[in-house]
Design a protein around this ligand. Structure first.
Ligand code: ZN
Length: 154
């Protein structure tokens, strides 16, 4: 996806469309590419049912720091319905972005918010969470075989 030059009325309109689509799904994050727009824009809202909504609008989100600590979350994706898998990612990230008012912001996120931001930024780079799954699974299989080999089992 291509960078947003500035968050103007058209980008705000895109944000609103994305947010509506995300709430309707329902989901907790959405990237512009998922509504067919190749711009670097994501919306995120990790508030729980019944809580006040806390939408985050991010244009040109860039992850500038990732924690060494990792965490596992069972992820799903509006682009891959009814499929959930555990994904291991950095537990915390620092992200820089332009907000809805075109102001430069920096946010340090952890927990589910860190996971969602990484998942959505991946979409902008053409990466889906299943790309991690296959690699993880492959790595696990390789590890298992290497171990089995070492133990003389194969
Ligand atoms: Zn997704």
């Amino acid at each position: 996806s291509k960078p947003v030059s500035s968050v103007d009325a058209s980008v705000r309109h895109l944000f609103d469309d994305m947010l509506e689509t995300m709430y309707k799904a329902p989901g907790i994050g959405l990237a512009a590419i998922q509504v067919g727009v190749e711009r670097r824009a994501i919306v995120v809202d990790t508030s729980k049912d019944g809580e006040e909504r806390q939408p985050l609008f991010m244009a040109n989100p860039e992850i500038v720091w990732k924690s060494e600590e990792l965490s596992d979350y069972e992820e799903g994706c509006l682009s891959i319905p009814d499929y959930y898998e555990m994904v291991t990612r950095p537990a915390s990230v620092k992200v820089q972005f332009l907000d809805r008012q075109n102001e430069a912001q920096e946010l340090t996120a952890s927990g589910i918010l860190a996971t969602v931001i990484q998942h959505e930024v991946d979409h902008l780079n053409g990466v889906l969470f299943i790309d991690y799954i296959s690699k993880l699974k492959r790595d696990r299989v390789v590890k298992k075989f290497t171990k089995a080999q070492r133990l003389g089992k194969i």
